[in-house]
Design a protein around this ligand. Structure first.
Ligand code: GLC
Length: 451
């Protein structure tokens, strides 16, 4: 299958969140399975070109589409087409957060379609609102699949903003995309159900219900070549045949020394790695942090804050030998927290899929999650469910997370052998893209056949 993935992010060089990881991880696995994915991205001014192959301007007569230039290159053998609008609208210090985001990404989507329409392709795979409005342009001409990573962001706009694309009376990029895509995917089964309800649908539930026959859940995986505890270059100690315990302890010691935590094997280490935005359950994280310290545990948190208020809340907390906060994203520290932590918290208010709970399993940190979205589909309670691999709570309240945290810490202290078994099992679980990439490939085939 020849598939173009049109997206606003790709890890590691144009990444804000999980979307970027998914585009890279899925495409790599599709390549492994013998398909030919190409990723289409804006040529951001901030893009680190040193990690890319040489940029070639596609210099045929059709090299510029509208007001954009198309470049081709690759990232570690994965082919890329980069689209550079002549007005410089992607030459900005950040990917999102500009008043003209809808114009920038709809222009990108249109340029991408004009280019892709002339390429030998089987299908176009779009991701989230930023590229959703490509699907109406391709309707009837080429099959499209639209994956919903997070419908909280929709690209709402004034109708005039989408008129240049030939879309009349549309005031929402995601809505236009959902309506026109040949097929839609949601990143987990529970999320796929949640977004069809008034509570989770964010105004799109009726439309999604009307398209439920063309809506499939496809659970995300993680890129296990990048997230590999046996080789990860951002770790000081690697997993070896002696098993998970030496791995966990060595990384715990290294992280403690680096961050100024006291290295004390008699205390459990609880970790969080998240963008600190309301979705991630800020009040629950803070309650868990206090509870961990009260119970004699240690806590480490990494994440950039989504607002000055959230930043101020975390900055007011007193760091010490048992608490370290890193309020900015740092990839190496993230890897080291996964490797060092005993428990890893993901108390999201909602979570379409979530990738960090999967990385945590893979690095031997037992996840403690709220039962919502993809967290509900990937983490099961070790004390209550047969296929347990973590700890799960329901109510988005401090007492609920603290009660579950107490259960987990109790097991860490009093049944260390069980804990070791759980860590071993967690690290053996298949969290790779293998199965889900096959699911996507089967969907592609069905769409091409029925076209
Ligand atoms: C978004 C969602 C997250 C999901 C990711 C990749 O960031 O919030 O839950 O895992 O996209 O699909």
């Amino acid at each position: 299958m020849r598939i173009a993935h049109v997206a606003s992010e790709m890890a590691p060089f144009a990444k804000v969140g999980g979307l970027g990881d998914v585009v890279l991880g899925l495409c790599r696995e599709l390549q492994t399975q013998g398909h030919q994915p190409t990723v289409v991205l804006p040529l951001y001014g901030t893009l680190d070109r040193t990690v890319l192959g040489p940029l070639r301007r596609l210099d045929q007569c059709d090299s510029t589409v509208g007001d954009s230039t198309i470049w081709s290159t690759d990232y570690e053998g994965l082919p890329l087409w980069l689209i550079e609008p002549k007005d410089g609208s992607f030459d900005r210090p950040s990917i999102y957060g500009w008043p003209d985001d809808v114009e920038r990404f709809s222009q990108f989507s249109q340029a991408a379609w004009r280019w892709l329409a002339r390429q030998p392709l089987d299908l176009i795979h779009c991701h989230d609102w930023q590229t959703a409005c490509l699907t109406p342009l391709a309707a009837g001409k080429m099959p499209t699949l639209l994956t919903l990573h997070n419908i909280d962001y929709q690209g709402a706009c004034a109708p005039e903003q989408l008129e240049p694309l030939g879309l009349l009376n549309e005031d929402n990029c995601l809505r236009a995309g959902i309506r026109a895509a040949s097929h839609i995917a949601a990143v987990s089964p529970t999320y796929s159900r949640e977004i069809q309800t008034p509570l989770g649908g964010r105004g799109l539930d009726a439309l999604l219900r009307s398209r439920s026959q063309q809506l499939s859940p496809v659970l995300n995986g993680i890129d296990t070549t990048y997230w590999n505890p046996a080789t990860d270059p951002l770790l000081t100690s690697h997993l070896d045949p002696d098993g998970p315990l030496p791995f966990k302890w060595a990384n715990r010691e290294a992280l403690s020394n680096r961050l100024g935590l006291r290295f004390d094997p008699s205390r459990p280490l609880v970790g969080v790695v998240a963008r600190l935005v309301p979705q991630k359950g800020i009040a629950l994280i803070q309650a868990a942090l206090r509870h961990t310290l009260q119970q004699g545990g240690q806590f480490v948190l990494l994440g950039s804050c989504g607002s000055p208020e959230i930043q101020a809340q975390f900055e007011s907390l007193q760091e010490g030998p048992d608490l370290q906060l890193c309020l900015t994203h740092d990839e190496a520290t993230a890897h080291q927290i996964f490797a060092a932590s005993d428990l890893f918290l993901v108390p999201s208010l909602f979570e379409p899929c979530g990738l960090t709970q999967l990385i945590a399993l893979h690095y031997g940190a037992i996840p403690l999650v709220r039962r919502t979205g993809g967290l509900a589909d990937t983490i099961f309670d070790l004390e209550h469910e047969a296929n347990g691999n973590g700890f799960v709570f329901d109510d988005p309240t401090p007492p609920a997370i603290c009660a579950t945290l107490s259960r987990a810490l109790h097991r860490w202290h009093h049944t260390p052998q069980d804990w070791t078994t759980w860590v071993r099992q967690a690290m053996r679980q298949d969290v790779s893209w293998r199965r889900s990439a096959t699911t996507y490939a089967n969907l592609y085939e069905q769409l091409v056949d029925s076209n």
